[in-house]
Design a protein around this ligand. Structure first.
Ligand SMILES: Cc1cc2nc3c(=O)[nH]c(=O)nc-3n(C[C@H](O)[C@H](O)[C@H](O)COP(=O)(O)OP(=O)(O)OC[C@H]3O[C@@H](n4cnc5c(N)ncnc54)[C@H](O)[C@@H]3O)c2cc1C
Length: 471
């Protein structure tokens, strides 16, 4: 394999290939420290042509390729397996913003651009890129596209899929697909970009993308709500949607256990409302009007909700600092739960109307079966997507003779109820290596066979992100 490393160095330069164990370690360990793999080396090309040459070099020697963006995958999708003898292909040196076309409301960026950089470039052009998530300071556009990332703006702007106009991709045979179109309409055969959106690195390397931009809201208001129950939270969602329409862009739900964790483990944080309520909602509203009509509309809606008994308390952000503080509480979930104990993550979705039933059915079963556990819930309620996290303190977790049986049992119970309610076992995080058994159980043979056919057509030797997604 030394000859291959020499070839890779010739392609990307000696600073573009990492082989020392200390340098490689961060690229083979996932962000939650659940998975640790191995790789021959990490290779970091600087251009689409270099990516194509790296792919040709690996494929000629039948060496597997692990595509990697910001390595923030929550399902072990971005790291190789233990014992793997492949190459991690990191897009981190492809970070150019190639073009901003404000008149066309589009931006073309390389896959290694960090999401927050793209958001900033859009604002600099007087526009808005709406995909937003807790990892936005680290995750990359290529990773967002490969996972069809969701996040907090889906209610109004859709998933990443709805915000991609064109792609540039290096295929497993090392050819380059120049599909960077910036059109809203183009019915010329199959729309191939959709194959790569959500493909989790199985079908090729996304090297650049043309993304949709939106008008920049001049006014943003965050509202913190204390609904009396989960059903009341759902009624509030409907009330805000029917009263304020597209001005509502996020409706995030958190339970009391989430708030207790965050408040206990994040110094200086305070709840914007009465801390004793069972549920909390953070809603975000925005428009580009010059007057303060939005604020008075919200205050009117909140008055209706308070007098109708849906709420016990509410706080409307008065300025940008208060708004940022509210979002900080929402985004502290990952850090706070990692400090609080060992969680068993579930990223499920059910129809929005079925969310209360899902929680009512699953929580008591788990609480009865597993003593000493708290359920942390953080949900994009507007999309019916719940991050449902049974959390154990570290001592309880370490005392389990076989923790995997706990994980398996929790998955079995939780995903079965989600499926009965017409839901899914992975709403936005993908499959990676975490949910292979569930793919086998819940996807039909027809669906799996169609996916396998597409995979075989593009990557007949199975070298791209092997043994992930497809059981
Ligand atoms: C704190 C935190 C909050 C999060 N919140 C959300 C959320 O709200 N919504 C959400 O959807 N996700 C969320 N995630 C998960 C994660 O951030 C997203 O899945 C993100 O889109 C991954 O981007 P990445 O660049 O880190 O990709 P990686 O983790 O590096 O890779 C993810 C997958 O994409 C593939 N891939 C990466 N780049 C490419 C490329 N250029 N070409 C082909 N394949 C590629 C990898 O092989 C892997 O299968 C969160 C993660 C964290 C840590």
């Amino acid at each position: 394999m030394e000859a291959m490393i020499d070839d890779l160095v010739r392609i990307v330069g000696d600073t573009g290939v990492l082989t020392a164990a200390d340098d490689v370690s961060a690229y083979v360990t996932d962000c939650r420290n659940y998975y640790k793999g191995t790789a021959l080396c990490v290779v970091r090309p600087r251009s689409v042509e270099e990516v194509a040459s790296v792919v040709a070099c690996c494929v000629a020697r039948s060496v597997p390729i692990q595509p990697q963006g910001g390595n923030t995958s929550l399902c072990g999708g971005s790291v190789p397996f233990a014992g793997g003898r492949g190459v991690v292909l990191s897009l981190s040196r492809m970070r150019r913003i190639r073009e901003v076309d404000a008149a066309n409301n589009s931006i073309t960026v390389e896959a290694g651009c960090v999401l927050a950089e793209v958001q900033r470039a859009a604002v600099d052009a007087g526009r808005f890129y709406p995909v937003s998530l807790g990892a936005e300071g680290i995750c990359q556009i290529g990773g967002n596209i490969a996972t069809n990332a969701g996040g907090t703006g889906v209610l109004r702007y859709g998933n990443t899929r709805e915000n991609v106009l064109g792609l540039e991709v290096v295929l497993p045979d090392a050819t380059i697909w120049h599909g960077l179109r910036s059109l809203r309409k183009n019915n010329t055969g199959f729309d191939l970009k959709h194959l790569f959106i959500g493909s989790e690195g199985l079908l090729g390397i996304i090297t650049a993308a043309t993304l949709k931009l939106h008008p920049l809201n001049t006014r943003h208001i965050a509202v913190w709500l204390a609904p009396v129950s989960l059903d009341a939270a759902l009624e509030l969602l409907n009330l805000l949607q029917s009263s304020l329409g597209a001005q509502l862009s996020a409706f995030e739900l958190m339970n009391a256990a989430h708030m207790q964790n965050v408040l206990a483990l994040t110094p200086g944080l305070q709840t914007p409302v009465n801390a004793d309520c069972p549920w909390h909602v953070l809603a975000e509203l925005g428009d580009d009007a010059v007057d303060d009509g939005l604020r008075s509309s919200i205050e009117g809606v909140l008055q209706t909700a308070l007098s109708g008994g849906l709420l016990t308390d509410a706080a409307v952000s008065a300025n940008e600092t208060q708004r940022a503080a509210m979002w900080h509480i929402r985004h502290s979930v990952t850090e706070a739960t990692q400090k609080a104990g060992r969680g068993v993550p579930h990223d499920i979705a059910v129809p929005v109307s079925k969310v209360p039933e899902f929680v009512r059915r699953v929580s008591p079963i788990l609480e009865q079966k597993f003593a000493g556990m708290r359920i942390v819930i953080v949900a994009h309620l507007g999309d019916g997507n719940l991050h449902f996290l049974p959390l154990f303190d570290f001592d309880t977790w370490d005392a389990f003779p076989d923790p995997q049986t706990v994980i398996d049992e929790m998955h079995r119970i939780t995903y079965a109820v989600a499926a009965e309610l017409g839901g899914t076992f992975s709403a936005e995080h993908g499959i990676g290596q975490y949910l292979l058994a569930e793919m086998r159980q819940y996807k039909s043979e027809v669906e799996l066979n169609m996916m396998r056919s597409i995979k075989n057509a593009l990557d007949p030797r199975g070298l791209f992100n092997p043994a992930k997604v497809l059981p």
